[in-house]
Design a protein around this ligand. Structure first.
Ligand code: ATP
Length: 371
């Protein structure tokens, strides 16, 4: 666990980057720091591996003040991923990833075997191992950066805008990959971004910062979207946050109708394996948008129902076979059923409640609607 106790950074020119941060970053979870440019996110992150030394307060790593730990050893035990990947240009990909294990004294063979394993973990094909960083795409380089940070199996991973230099599609793939890796490895991740979409997608807990590293709100993503602490946070979250919040609610609650050959004038045409092919009416053919109740969000279910000419989203199982359909009305009923934010994490709930108590009311917003 990482704990900031009144951690502050004042630069020699008088700039207060961080005024005094109190924050607990729980082990095995992803905590995202998000906030406008210059609010102190990078400064906070770098206090953990001593790249920035606080001018007041302290940072504890599993109870030990990081100031008391030797910097080199500390950094080897903490994975660090930055925006431009920061790879060594003259070393092959495999040796980039093997760097820290080698520094830790592993022999070359063992370090390379570990590196190869990690390249596979981050989804890079084996032939990339022999290339140099410049021979990879931006997205692939970021994957190498993640593999390198994970190489010595550090319990803590610091990630500073690691995906912001790549295009949105690649970025979504990298986010997906990080979620999968984190599901497998359960690292203590502290992740910095200025992109709220990325924050709610990746974070178990999201810390919204304002100037000087002050916490505007600390909450799980769903609470953040449904009950922002004040007008400033609501403005930072931007428009459509209700709709975006649907992306965090499972589609499993949508009641399904049995699979039938037709629904009023629309016929659902399946392929021989039972996968939806299209909707048909007379000679008309239209795509049949699907959602997977076990995996997708309410947002996906709603989207599929809105796009289907029949007004019905087709529910599919993990293999893509149709298992039922959901009408628009059924999806909307599922939306209405449980609008309360989740407060499963007591630490999050308390921090949010504290922040909310001092918050200005937001016109038109009903916090904790439906309770
Ligand atoms: N060496 C320095 N001397 C003076 N001020 C500095 C120094 N380094 C950073 N700052 C200031 O400290 C504040 C916090 O910087 P920091 O890089 O932590 O912000 P950030 O939230 O990560 O920003 P961004 O999203 O733009 O990367 C900024 O106002 C920045 O200008």
């Amino acid at each position: 666990m990482i704990r900031f106790e009144g951690a502050a950074k004042r630069h020699p020119d008088g700039t207060v980057a961080v005024r005094g941060l109190d924050l607990e970053v729980p082990a095995g979870r992803t905590t995202v720091l998000v906030g406008p440019s210059g609010c102190g996110k990078t400064t906070i992150l770098r206090m953990v591996n001593r790249m920035v030394v606080p001018t007041a307060g302290r940072v504890l790593l599993d109870g030990a003040d990081v100031a008391s730990l030797p910097a080199a050893g500390l950094r080897r035990g903490i994975g660090y991923v930055i925006q431009q990947a920061g790879l060594f240009p003259h070393r092959r990909v495999i040796d980039n990833v093997a760097t820290v294990p080698r520094l830790l004294g592993w022999d070359r063979k063992r370090a390379r075997a570990r590196a190869a394993e990690l390249l596979e973990l981050v989804g890079l094909p084996p032939e990339t191992a022999r290339r140099y960083p410049a021979q990879l795409s931006g997205g692939q380089q970021q994957r190498v950066g993640v593999a390198r940070a994970l190489a010595a199996d550090p319990p803590v991973l610091l990630m500073d805008e690691p995906f912001s230099a790549v295009d949105p599609l690649v970025r979504a793939g990298l986010q997906e990959e990080l979620l999968r890796i984190q599901g497998e490895l359960g690292k203590t991740v502290l992740f910095v971004t200025h992109d709220i979409e990325e924050a709610v997608r990746l974070g178990d807990r999201v810390v919204v910062l304002r100037e000087h590293g002050e916490i505007a709100q600390l909450a799980d993503p769903r609470t953040l979207l449904t009950a922002p602490a004040d007008a400033g946070v609501a403005a930072f979250l931007g428009r459509d946050r209700g709709l975006r919040g649907l992306g965090l609610r499972p589609a499993a609650t949508v009641p399904l109708d049995d699979l039938r050959p037709s629904y009023e004038e629309w016929r659902l045409v399946l392929d021989p394996d039972g996968r939806p092919e299209h909707w048909a009416r007379g000679t008309e053919r239209h795509p049949a948008p699907v959602f997977a109740p076990a995996r997708d969000s309410l947002r996906s279910a709603l989207d599929a129902a809105l796009l289907a000419p029949s007004g019905r989203a087709v529910a599919v199982d993990a293999t893509g076979r149709a298992v039922g359909t959901a009408s628009r009305t059924a999806v909307v009923e599922a939306l209405a059923a449980d609008p309360t934010p989740s407060t499963a994490d007591p630490a999050t709930a308390t921090a949010t409640a504290t922040a909310t108590a001092t918050a200005d009311p937001i016109p038109g917003q009903v916090p904790h609607a439906g309770r």
